[in-house]
Design a protein around this ligand. Structure first.
Ligand SMILES: [Zn+2]
Length: 70
C-alpha cells in the first residue's frame, strides 16, 4: 500500500522520508516500509507491507500489492 497511519493518527505516504513503521489504515496492523528498485528507470518505489504478511485486508485483494509496486 502507498499510504499508512502513523502512531499520531496521521496519514503518511510511503517515501524515503517516511518512518520505518506505521499502521495499516484498514485493519490497524503493523506495517513496515519497504523499498523496491525499479530497473526500468533506476528509481526506487516505496510502499508499506504488513509485518507478518498475513492480514485479512490484504488476503481479500491478492493482487493489490502487485499493482501498487508497478
Ligand atoms: Zn491491514
Amino acid at each position: 500500500m502507498k499510504t499508512a497511519v502513523s502512531s499520531f493518527g496521521t496519514i503518511i505516504t510511503a517515501s524515503q522520508a517516511a518512518p520505518t513503521e506505521a499502521r495499516c489504515p484498514k485493519c490497524g496492523g503493523k506495517v513496515i516500509l519497504r523499498v523496491r528498485r525499479l530497473m526500468a528507470n533506476g528509481g526506487n518505489s516505496y510502499y508499506w507491507r504488513h509485518l507478518d504478511d498475513d492480514h485479512p485486508c490484504e488476503r481479500q485483494k491478492p493482487f493489490m500489492h502487485l499493482r501498487l509496486g508497478a
